[in-house]
Structure formats: C-alpha cells, structure tokens
Design a protein around this ligand. Structure first.
Ligand SMILES: Cc1cc2nc3c(=O)[nH]c(=O)nc-3n(C[C@H](O)[C@H](O)[C@H](O)COP(=O)(O)OP(=O)(O)OC[C@H]3O[C@@H](n4cnc5c(N)ncnc54)[C@H](O)[C@@H]3O)c2cc1C
Ligand SMILES: *[C@@H]1O[C@H](CO)[C@@H](O)[C@H](O)[C@H]1NC(C)=O
Length: 501
C-alpha cells in the first residue's frame, strides 16, 4: 500500500483525477480491452497501470496519465490494438519500451492510449547464425546478461538499466561502436506491426533500403516486436567509472583531444566523459571507461586518461554484463525531472580549446540557477562522446543507417547536454539554458572550423523533442517519402508521437 500514498497526494494536490479522456478515447480503450482480454488497464490505482506510469526515467513524464494502458504479450495482440486504433482516427497513442526518453509525447501520452512492450522482453541466441532475437521490452541487463553467458554480446547500452526498444530504434551509441558501429547497424531483421495493423518481417538482405531507414528513424515505421541482431564474441573486459575534481579540466580535455582521432587505431577503447555542474556550481568530471579486453593499454590515447589522478576509482576487470550492471547502479537512484539535448561537434585538430569553451559557456548559463538553495538536488552536465569516423566505416560495412554516417566523414564528438531537477516550476528554465548552449554552438562552430562545412547529423537517442533530428540526416527526403508510403494515413506520424520526418 505504501507506494500508493504519493499518488493520492498528487491527485489531491493537482486535481488530476478529474482529467477526462474524450469519449472516443474511452470507447477505443473499451474496444481494445475486448479485443485483448485482460491486457488493458484504465484504473490508475491498479498495480500494472501504477508501476508502468511511474517507471518513466524522467519523473516529469509520470504526470501524463494515459486513458488506458495496453500490455500486449504477442505481436498479434499489438495487431489487435492497432486495428482498433485505426477505427478511431482522433485518438492519440504512444509506444513505450523502457521509457528512458525524457521528451514529452515520445513514449508518454496524457489521456490517450499507451502501448507498452514491457511484457515483450528477453533474448534468445542461435550459435550457428550468431544472431540474437531481442524483444523491445525490459532493459539492457536482461539482454546482455544471458548473451554474455554464451560468450557473446550485441552492440547496446552502456548503462545496463536503459531500455532496449527505443535505444535500438534511434541508433544507439555503445562501448562497442568503434569496433562494430552503432547498435542499429548490427540489426539484420525486424518483426513489426505496421500502420495498417499487419505483421511485417523485414530482412535486411532482402530489403536493404528499408533496413537503412529503420536504423535510426525512431518509431515512425511500425511498432517493433522483435529485432534480429548480429552478436560478437566477448570475454573479460576492463572498465568502470572514475571521478575527478574540476581542477583536472585541462588534462582531461587534452586527453580527449588526442583520444578522438586515436580511437581508430584502438577500436577496443571507449569513454563517456561527463563534465558536471552540481550544487552551488561545483564542478566534477565523471568518466566511464571501457576496454574490450582484460587489461587497458599502457600507452596510447586511453592510457593518457588513465594517468590523470582521480578522486574515486571503481574501474576493474570483470564480465561485460557485470560492468553494464554496475554502470547503471548510481543512476537507478535518480528521481528527477530530466532534459536531454544534443549537438554534433566536428573534430577540429587546431581547436583543442573547444571543449573547455563549451564547458565554460554552459557553466555561465547554469551556475546562477544552480546556486539557488532551493535547487540543492539539481545538476547539469555535458557528456563528450567521441564519435570517430571509424564508427561510420563499420556502419557502411553493415549496409548503413538513417543517420548516414560513413568512413569518409570527419571525426566528431557527440554532445549530450543534460539537466535534472526536482520542481515542475523549473522545467522551462533548465530546458532554456540547454537550448541557449546549442544556439551558441551554432554560431561558435563555424568560427572554430574557420567556415569549413561538415556533415553533422544528430544522434536521435540524445536529442530534445524540439530538435529537428531527421532534418539533419543526409537522406531526409528519401526517408520522408518512404515513411509516407508505409504510413499513408499518418497513423504514426500524426498520432503516435516521437520524432518525425
Ligand atoms: C541513464 C541513461 C543512459 C543512456 N545511455 C545511452 C547510451 O549509452 N547510448 C545511447 O545511444 N543512448 C543512451 N541513452 C538514451 C536512450 O537511448 C534513449 O533514452 C532511448 O529512448 C531509450 O530507450 P527506451 O526503450 O527506454 O525508450 P522509450 O522512452 O520507451 O521510447 C523512445 C522512443 O522510441 C519509441 N519506441 C520505443 N519502443 C518502441 C517499439 N518497440 N516500437 C516502435 N517505437 C518504439 C517510443 O515511441 C519513443 O518515441 C541513455 C538514456 C538514459 C536515461
Ligand atoms: C526539418 O529539417 C528539414 C531539412 O532541413 C526541413 O525540410 C523540415 O522542414 C524541418 N522540419 C521542421 C519541423 O522544422
């Protein structure tokens, strides 16, 4: 009973119980409930409804109460729900796997129909074909754990608690990307329910153009009920997290500047470099390290990082499954409203000062906000994620993805600008500060590159809802036409939420 207390409080304080879904939405919910018996919940107090709506990563999304929740257990049950939704053209819906996007109306829907893949989860593996069959529900821990027991892994999340479906559909950067490309690049087959409510099986070797579109376009082509993914051998790995004081900034950014182009010669190394501004404007660095082998190199670009003195060090040699699990453990505790925003930075050899300029600018935008004593638990950070052209090379070798990266591109760094805070009253202020940073970057980058222009597509996984991610893709026009062909009524595009073409 205890977990229900906060729900009652919220209901009383915000009057949310009085929110009314439209009569057609209620009718659609009833009809889906009849078509998929005992898989639909409308009562906010029922344990399934309650736990699903309260499992969004960003607590802000937990305010969006759907008119009903559908938990299909098979592709056929998804079909049944889609067929009903097709009869009610004004009813909105959303598809949720892990619920880790912080963007409103992506995997959440107030007063509409929420279809969650929670009960479509797990993995099976075929040694002979080296293909894993992966369901969209659950988290990366559920997928990587069983695979590692078989001596393999697929390219996927770096923190084990992240959701699977949305991650794979949006591209997905991984510790294994410098070896094998984005997570989506290794997908060779999809089972999905299309806009007209049919089950379509896509084999990348038979429909290569569609496969490219499906790798990184998000939720606009269908509700995916299973992915076929190429697996790769994995043994003991080295990695974990180290925390550094803000005073190490110069050493850390110098190491980053060498690492980005150096990654091509050392594909087994990966990092996530996070520059955090926390309480009262305090600065710390948090770096996740990965090496696809039992011992990290003692020379080269990764070693340069490892020589920098840290305050806390929880790196060790372990199984890949254990590493992902422990990487997520600190994050489990986060109970905050969250924003993501992305930017793709070109690697500019003669501008090693870029990173600290970006960091200084962001601190100037957020430190006064974070000094307010009412915001003690708030923080903002920038992740600097090396995105060397070797990732594009591996993507191309596998047929390519919607992001359109290739081996002949420049090296890049993907920025993930993140804030977390407690109060709804602060939603606008944090989102605006992140936007001011990307607006500033639009002006600064041409200065750093001295006007040279580069192809700089966004990684959908990290983007804010108002960023035109698909518009940054080389193949935008082609994918837009393909999407319209597969979704002529705009079923997904106008009613399903998420990023669109
Ligand atoms: C702690 C944390 C760590 C992260 N680490 C990484 C990382 O290492 N690399 C990286 O690239 N990203 C990372 N991300 C970003 C992550 O990829 C996205 O948040 C992604 O959306 C997570 O997938 P999900 O299943 O939880 O998505 P959801 O929030 O459930 O959905 C996201 C979008 O995908 C759609 N969708 C979901 N499932 C389906 C389906 N089965 N069929 C059709 N559409 C569907 C939804 O409708 C929605 O539009 C991280 C996020 C967090 C919070
Ligand atoms: C997104 O970008 C594309 C390509 O530049 C453009 O054609 C489209 O109109 C943009 N969409 C929105 C909503 O701004």
């Amino acid at each position: 009973m205890l977990p229900l207390v906060p729900l009652f409080l919220t209901t009383i304080l915000t009057g949310r119980a009085t929110a009314t879904p439209s009569s057609s939405t209620k009718a659609a919910c009833n009809e889906i409930a009849a078509a998929v018996p005992s898989r639909v919940w409308s009562n906010q107090l029922s344990p399934n409804y309650f736990s699903e709506v309260n499992s969004y990563w960003s607590t802000a999304l937990r305010d969006a109460k759907p008119a009903c929740l559908v938990l299909p257990q098979s592709a056929q049950e998804v079909v049944a729900a889609i067929k009903v939704l097709n009869k009610y053209p004004d009813v909105l819906f959303a598809v949720k796997s892990g619920g880790h996007t912080p963007n409103e109306r992506h995997s959440s829907i107030k007063d509409g129909v929420l279809i969650s893949t929670r009960d479509l989860s797990g993995v099976t593996y075929d040694d002979e074909t080296q293909i894993a069959s992966v369901k969209p529900g659950g988290e990366w821990n559920d997928v990587i754990g069983p695979l590692v027991e078989r001596g393999v892994a697929i390219v996927g999340g770096r923190l084990g608690l992240v959701g699977v479906g949305g991650y794979l559909l949006q591209g997905g950067i991984s510790f294994l990307s410098a070896q094998y490309g984005l997570a989506a690049d290794s997908i060779v087959g999809w089972e999905m329910v299309t806009a007209d409510g049919t089950i379509r099986t896509v084999d990348a070797s038979e429909e290569p153009e569609l496969a490219v579109a499906l790798r990184g376009s998000g939720s606009q082509f269908g509700i995916v009920t299973e992915f076929k993914v190429k697996a790769y051998p994995i043994g003991q790995v080295w990695g974990g997290m180290r925390i550094y004081s803000g005073g190490k900034a110069d050493e850390i950014y110098a190491a980053l500047h060498n690492f980005v182009p150096g990654n091509a010669e050392d594909e087994k190394s990966a990092i996530i470099l996070t520059d955090v501004t926390a309480v009262g404007g305090t600065r710390i660095f948090l770096i996740f390290y990965f090496y696809a082998g039992p011992k990290p190199p003692t020379s080269g670009p990764l070693a340069q990082f490892l020589n920098i003195g840290s305050m806390i060090d929880i790196t060790s040699t372990q199984s890949y499954a254990k590493l992902l699990k422990s990487n997520g453990e600190g994050a489990v505790l986060l109970q905050s409203r969250v924003s993501f925003r992305t930017f793709t930075l070109p690697y500019v050899k003669e501008a090693p000062h870029m990173y600290s300029e970006i960091s200084d600018k962001f601190r100037s935008l957020v430190s006064d906000i974070l000094k307010n004593p009412l915001r003690l638990t708030s923080q903002c950070s920038i992740d600097f994620q090396p995105f060397p052209s070797i990732i594009g090379k591996h993507s191309q070798e596998r047929g390519g993805n919607a992001m359109g990266i290739s081996g002949s591109d420049i090296d890049r760094v993907l920025l993930e600008i993140q804030c977390s805070w407690a109060s709804k009253n602060d939603d606008a202020i944090f989102r605006e500060a992140s936007k001011q940073l990307t607006d500033w970057l639009e002006v600064k980058v041409p200065e750093w590159t001295k006007g040279r222009e580069f192809y700089l597509p966004y990684l959908m996984n990290d983007a804010a809802g108002d960023q035109n991610v698909t518009g940054t893709y080389r193949g935008y026009g082609k994918f837009k036409a393909l999407q319209a062909e597969m979704d002529p009524q705009g079923f997904f595009k106008t009613r399903g939420g998420g990023f669109v073409y």
